[in-house]
Ligand binder design. Structure first.
Ligand SMILES: Cc1cc2nc3c(=O)[nH]c(=O)nc-3n(C[C@H](O)[C@H](O)[C@H](O)COP(=O)(O)O)c2cc1C
Length: 168
């Protein structure tokens, strides 16, 4: 059975929940999906395909996700890789596409990763850490802008492509 790694990196759980839903969809599609914090990934050789997702903070990816791509660049180049990031909040979040930060874009090109998906983020007082964050979470950006239907349909599409491309 094809095993897919779903690795995630964030600060307050919103990206992990997206990764959980992606892994659940892949399992529905009959694939084996392993969900791991990006910092916990030691090896990617066991997987037929890899998904890496990061929260966006100040236009950057989380260092654990960047490290995963950099440290396993060669192995990742030999298997299909999908990337997603989560961040946009507020009234304009829906449908917004954010390009990869330059360093991550370079790694994505070297790995020959598929086009990156942008998913809305979550910014709520309950998950906010620190004063600045709490102030942001009280403004127009506050709320949960993760579009679960979009995330599920993206995951189903990835699952379909994994089935086509990977022969284990
Ligand atoms: C201090 C701070 C900076 C942020 N910077 C960005 C950003 O540059 N781009 C973006 O799209 N979202 C940004 N966000 C929104 C987060 O990416 C969003 O809340 C995301 O869902 C957090 O994911 P996590 O819960 O996995 O940490 C920022 C949020 C905070 C609190």
């Amino acid at each position: 059975m094809t095993a897919v790694l779903v690795a995630h990196a964030g600060k307050s759980g919103g990206t992990r929940e997206i990764a959980e839903v992606i892994a659940a969809e892949l399992r529905e599609a009959g694939l084996t999906a392993e969900l791991l914090d990006a910092a916990e990934v030691d090896d990617v050789e066991a997987y037929g395909a890899v998904i890496v997702g990061s929260a966006l903070y100040r236009r950057r990816w989380r260092p654990e996700a960047v490290r995963l791509l950099a440290e396993h660049e060669e192995a990742l180049r030999n298997r299909p890789v999908w990337l997603f990031h989560s961040g946009p909040c507020g009234p304009l979040a829906a449908g917004k596409r954010i390009s990869l930060p330059a360093g991550v874009a370079l790694l994505a090109a070297r790995i020959d990763a598929e086009r990156t998906a942008t998913f809305g983020g979550r910014l709520t007082p309950a998950t906010a850490k620190g004063l600045f964050w709490k102030i942001m979470a009280a403004g127009p950006w506050a709320g949960d802008f993760r579009d679960w239907a979009l995330i599920r349909s993206w995951a189903r599409d990835v699952g379909h492509r994994v089935r086509i491309r990977v022969t284990l």
